[in-house]
Design a protein around this ligand. Structure first.
Ligand SMILES: [Fe+2]
Length: 229
């Protein structure tokens, strides 16, 4: 089950008041990118894609948290609302490599639950892949090409092998959708040429402590040494 687009926007507005930050505009742009791409992919429902994009980070309503926490908070919140299709997007959107992400044993209870969920998930569907892709190209100030986003994050945090493998997945998802669209994904993302060239200063949460580093995107926070996209 899904909320309507109007309900999703209202949820996002409420969440933005609970935890203000660039993640809200990032979510709106993720929804918009998903909608524009889905409109060109036969068999995809662009309204569903839009709603999934709007709410993929809804776990951030709980505050500034790391990746596993916002993933699991979003999942629990959506399940409680009866939005099972959004709940699964909350779980899959940060793990482009899916089962390959979990070669380690998580320490926290919620990360253990995520691992169990992903390990039993099977193949991600087109909506999972679409939101994984759009999450990687939607910033709070607009759409950017994947290379820009990846380089920005790498400049801040350095190179990690697993992260680069995630890039490869993102590029393969991009190519897969482009085959179905018959054009580049960038052809349908308005103003991407201009916004890709922008380099706004990193956003910092008010009252941030030294172990919380914002890098300017809704999803890019480093906390307790855990690097996240
Ligand atoms: Fe996101």
């Amino acid at each position: 089950m899904l909320p309507t687009a109007d309900e999703a926007i209202e949820e996002l507005e409420i969440a933005g008041r609970l935890n203000p930050g660039p993640w809200v505009k990032h979510s709106m742009n993720t929804g918009a990118a998903a909608k524009y791409i889905a409109e060109k992919v036969p068999g995809l429902d662009s309204e569903k894609a839009y709603i999934c994009g709007l709410l993929h980070d809804i776990g951030r309503r709980a505050g500034i948290t790391d990746i596993p926490t916002h993933v699991y908070d979003g999942y629990k919140y959506c399940m409680k609302k009866g939005w099972d299709e959004i709940a699964r997007i909350c779980m899959t959107h940060s793990y482009l490599r899916m089962q390959d992400e979990f070669s380690y044993e998580p320490e926290t209870e919620h990360e253990k639950a995520i691992k169990e969920y992903i390990m039993n998930y099977g193949e991600p569907d087109d909506y999972d892949k679409l939101i994984q892709l759009c999450d990687s190209l939607a910033t709070d100030y607009g759409f950017v090409i994947l290379e820009k986003r990846f380089v920005d994050v790498t400049r801040r945090y350095g190179i990690m092998e697993g992260y680069i493998k995630g890039w490869e997945v993102a590029f393969s998802i991009k190519e897969c959708f482009e085959k179905k669209m018959g054009c580049s994904i960038y052809d349908v993302l308005q103003d991407i040429g201009r916004t890709t060239l922008l380099t706004p200063k990193p956003w910092k949460p008010s009252g941030s402590s030294s172990n919380k580093i914002s890098v300017g995107y809704g999803d890019c926070m480093q906390q307790n040494g855990y690097r996240i996209l």
